[in-house]
Design a protein around this ligand. Structure first.
Ligand SMILES: O=C(O)CCC(=O)C1=CC=C[C@@H](O)[C@@H]1C(=O)O
Ligand SMILES: [Mg+2]
Length: 372
């Protein structure tokens, strides 16, 4: 049983090394909320809220997450002793949605529990892998740039590349990359740029031996993806459509996908992510761990998640230096030969780089139990 006595919220902001471009817009600067929780023995756990600054990918933003944390989630955590990390998800059930805010807090508490047990978080959640399969994302609107980035990533050891597509560039992009890299494991992410009216365009992508196509249709759709999957050979992977266990269950029942991208932030934390993993494994749906252009704390949680047995496909798990000159954890995450070693020290398995966090902090607030 633990009692959380203090929660510190730190909003950080860092420019990306290069802009991340999709048909929905461009991300050049990333904000995140670092959530530090402290138990009665002074043990600290860390989480990262991965909402974006504006609601272009999900409805949450850094500001809505701060509101949820300060006005609802922190008070719930101060009021309730926690027997096991899974209790946090149950406690947060009185608050609808706001999954990224919840996940930031929930993952920090998982870190505390793993540290109390003195074992790595990966092992604590049931992970079995000593390394996880890495993958990188190419998000640009220019084919020459996509080819250059793919070349660089492949020379850095990445074995799986995901490229962002939309109806204006899809065939040209995929054909261009596939003809230059005939053997690379290649997938496309459409971020809901299509409807069933585009079925012929989507079926044309069957020519390129793609590992999968991610979220071709509407963000909340489960029905039309089932129609599309029946007509396409390329496996469909759902991302935005899966925000909780019930979405995963519905997609499996309807045959809407063959693969699921599990993002800790999008589904409200590690407890829900594990449940979605379990139902996918039981139904022969392949899973992989999605990324959020995040900093090292969230990446460390992703590595722990990806060490579960069902994560057989490479995730959006890249080295820290893919996006950042200097990350907020120490050491920075590195990819070797297409894999990332699962850390061996307790909890997240990385130290927090407080100096770096201080350099990029734009807001810092401390909350103490009993003082509100
Ligand atoms: O973390 C990464 O390396 C990139 C992950 C990534 O592709 C995405 C993150 C956030 C929003 C999206 O456009 C996209 C995705 O849809 O998976
Ligand atoms: Mg996606």
């Amino acid at each position: 049983m633990i009692h959380i006595k203090q929660v510190n919220l730190t909003v950080i902001e860092m420019p990306l090394k290069k802009p991340f471009i999709t048909h929905l817009g461009t991300v050049s600067t990333r904000q995140a909320i670092v959530i530090e929780v402290m138990d009665e023995d002074g043990l600290c756990g860390y989480g990262e809220c991965v909402a974006f600054s504006s609601p272009w990918y999900t409805e949450e933003t850094i500001k809505t997450a701060l509101h949820m944390l300060k006005d609802y989630l922190i008070p719930i955590i101060f009021k309730n002793p926690i027997k096991q990390p899974e209790d946090v998800t149950a406690l947060f059930q009185s608050i609808r949605k706001n999954e990224m805010a919840k996940a930031g807090m929930e993952t920090a508490i998982w870190d505390v529990f793993a540290k109390r047990e003195n074992i790595p978080l990966a092992e604590y959640i049931g992970g079995v892998r000593t390394s996880v399969l890495a993958g990188a994302v190419v998000a640009t609107n220019n084919l020459e740039d996509a080819l250059k980035q793919t070349e660089q990533l492949s020379s850095q050891g990445y074995k799986r590349i995901k490229v962002k597509i939309n109806p204006k560039n899809d065939y040209q992009f995929i054909q261009g990359i596939r003809s230059r890299f005939p053997h690379i494991s290649l997938m496309a992410d459409a971020n809901s740029a299509y409807t069933l009216n585009d079925i012929d365009k989507l079926k044309a992508l069957d020519d390129f031996d793609l590992l999968m196509i991610e979220q071709p249709l509407a963000v909340n759709d489960i029905v039309d993806h089932a129609v599309l999957q029946k007509q396409m050979n390329t496996p469909i992977c759902l991302d935005e459509s899966i925000t909780n266990y019930h979405d995963a269950y519905s997609a499996i029942q309807l045959g809407s996908c063959k693969v699921m991208n599990i993002k800790v932030g999008r589904v409200g934390g590690l407890t829900n992510a594990k449940k979605i993993h379990d139902i996918c494994v039981a139904n022969n749906i392949d899973v992989w761990c999605g990324g959020m252009i995040e900093f090292g704390i969230s990446r460390a949680h992703n590595i722990a998640l990806a060490s579960l047995p069902g994560f057989t496909l490479p995730g959006d798990l890249s080295s820290s230096n893919h996006y950042w000159h200097e990350d907020i954890i120490d050491p920075m995450i590195e990819v070797h030969n297409g894999e990332i070693a699962t850390p061996k020290s307790p909890g997240l398995g990385f130290s927090i780089n407080k100096k770096r966090i201080n350099q990029v902090t734009i807001l810092h607030e401390e909350y103490k139990a009993g003082k509100r």
